[in-house]
Design a protein around this ligand. Structure first.
Ligand code: BES
Ligand code: MN
Ligand code: ZN
Length: 499
């Protein structure tokens, strides 16, 4: 793992020094000093062809001629820094990481001379450090020839500035969040023959060991006794036993109602008998992204010692066709007692979530419930990979989530619930059908879940089908692949509104 340290000076020992430059292109004192030492290399670069404008995320690498360790100076733009947001500082850190990585050097120093906008030096340092770390994530456990076995890889980044000690303190909390995100990314990246409900439950227990989290794992026998016919129906075509994991963290007084998270954990979604087309089916290993967000968020919250009570419930199943698989047309009885006509076995996520919801509400008194699921392809049609879809029965909860989504830059857009959509999931043989016919596929899915939300419970559903996996690397703090979407959002949400 990449090392991040915060120090006051000592940057000449590094192979690369990063200097931040705003759109006025004025250098700070230390940068000017550096410039002097190396024949005005920076001033020349800024003046020469005028191509470097100091725009946010712009970068230019300069080669220095020296006998020492220092090989390069990079200038990186911060734009008009007066308006810069915290998440942009983090993204800047991600950008700097990739600049350093591409130079094939071992160590880099980032010089932070001034506060940026409303962000004081230690906060700038810690955010940049956090972003660099997030960007450095790799899932290479199955590569027998690792790319980074080489000596020429970035191993250490020093963030240098006044208030390094305070920056280090602030970074501890950041690091908890990054650990949560990495755990979530590890789960989502893990391949589907290795990650199945049983191994998933074990991994969660292992990873949260040592933190103040109580874990309970239900197997099929327990879930059958509880009447979870919908969840069990999805898993019945698989050779792997379905599981439910309940995580509890109490960081507030025991009377404080818990904030509850529910996650869809379909470790592989073939569609079941309503089989999906083969092209791209491998992607359905990330159909457990909602549950990974919940597990990652619990890890982040517990390891930073959040002053809140949290319950996380994840429903883990594998959706397979087979001689014992459920059929289109089957009717199952949920833990709530409501019956469901399974018209399409590929609309399985909602069948998993509904039993998780009932278990949650029977065993806890939620302050609010937020479920996360890679639930519908329709949400990707609506919002692509820019926003997760937010559905809620409560304006206040919805506004809280949107505001935290803007801060974390894990963006949400509110989508509609309406009686008309609820009417679309009527069934003639059971209480409800698991699909709604043509149109508004994300809203009918949300309504299905809402059927299992008790009177008076504040609930939000986040459809993150378009957000869990990054196909192109356009996000500076996230390499291609698993995003860990939702961990930073939920951590921010708890921090902003409940602590
Ligand atoms: N896991 C899928 C949704 C999905 C699609 C996630 C693309 C990530 C990327 C879900 O279980 C599913 O198959 N949904 C169906 C529902 C339909 C049968 C009503 C869909 O969206 O096509
Ligand atoms: Mn499906
Ligand atoms: Zn699915």
């Amino acid at each position: 793992m990449l090392n991040i340290s915060f120090t006051k000076d000592g940057f000449y020992q590094n192979n690369l020094i990063v200097v931040l430059v705003n759109s006025q292109l004025k250098l700070g004192e230390i940068a000017l000093d550096l410039d002097q030492k190396f024949n005005q290399i920076i001033t020349h670069a800024l003046k020469d062809d005028g191509s470097f404008k100091g725009k946010l995320m712009e970068s230019k690498v300069l080669t220095v001629i020296s006998e020492g360790e220092l090989k390069r100076i990079a200038i990186v733009g911060v734009g008009d820094e007066t308006e810069i947001k915290q998440h942009q500082l983090q993204e800047l850190g991600g950008k700097i990481y990739s600049v350093a990585r591409d130079e094939k050097i071992k160590t880099a120093a980032i010089l932070v001379e001034k506060s940026l906008g409303q962000h004081k030096i230690p906060e700038v340092m810690s955010s940049i450090g956090g972003g660099a770390l997030l960007a450095s994530y790799k899932f290479d456990k199955y590569l027998t020839k690792k790319e980074d076995n080489s000596d020429l890889r970035i191993q250490h980044i020093y963030v240098i500035g006044d208030g390094a000690e305070e920056a280090g303190q602030m970074f501890k909390e950041k690091k908890s969040e990054v650990d949560g995100v990495f755990f979530s990314r590890d789960l989502v990246s893990e391949v589907p023959n290795v990650l199945y409900p049983g191994s998933y439950a074990e991994k969660v227990a292992e990873e949260l060991e040592g933190l103040d989290v109580d874990i309970e794992v239900l197997g099929e026998r327990e879930m059958r006794a509880l009447g979870m016919g919908a969840l069990l129906g999805v898993g019945q075509g698989s050779a792997k036993e379905s599981k439910m994991v309940i995580m509890r963290y109490n960081g507030a007084e025991s009377e404080t109602k818990p904030i509850c998270f529910v996650g869809k954990g379909v470790t592989f979604d073939t569609g079941g008998i309503s089989l999906k087309p083969s092209a791209g089916m491998d992607e359905m290993k990330y159909d457990m992204g909602g549950s990974a967000a919940v597990a990652g968020a619990v890890k982040a919250l517990a390891s930073r010692g959040a002053k809140a009570n949290i319950v996380g419930i994840i429903g883990l199943v594998e959706n397979m066709p087979g001689s014992n698989a459920q059929r289109p047309g089957d009717v199952v009885t949920t833990m709530s007692g409501q019956t469901v006509e399974v018209l399409n076995t590929d609309a399985e996520g909602r069948l998993v979530l509904c039993d998780c919801m009932t278990y949650l509400q029977k065993n806890f008194q939620p302050e609010c419930v937020i479920d996360l699921a890679t639930l519908t392809g329709a949400i990707v049609v609506s919002l692509a990979n820019t926003y997760g879809g937010l559905f809620s029965n409560d304006d206040d909860l919805s506004n809280k989530l949107v505001s935290s989504s803007l801060k974390s830059n894990e963006k949400l857009w509110r989508m509609p619930l309406h009686k008309d959509y609820d009417d679309m999931i009527k069934s003639s043989v059971a209480d409800v059908a698991n699909i709604g016919g043509r149109g508004a596929g994300s809203s009918t899915a949300a309504h299905f879940i809402q059927r299992f939300v008790d009177e008076g419970i504040k609930w939000a559903h986040l459809d993150i089908a378009g957000m869990a996996w990054e196909k192109k690397s356009t996000n500076p703090i996230c390499p291609k692949g698993a995003v860990g979407f939702g961990v930073r959002l939920l951590n921010q949400f708890v921090k902003d509104h409940y602590e």
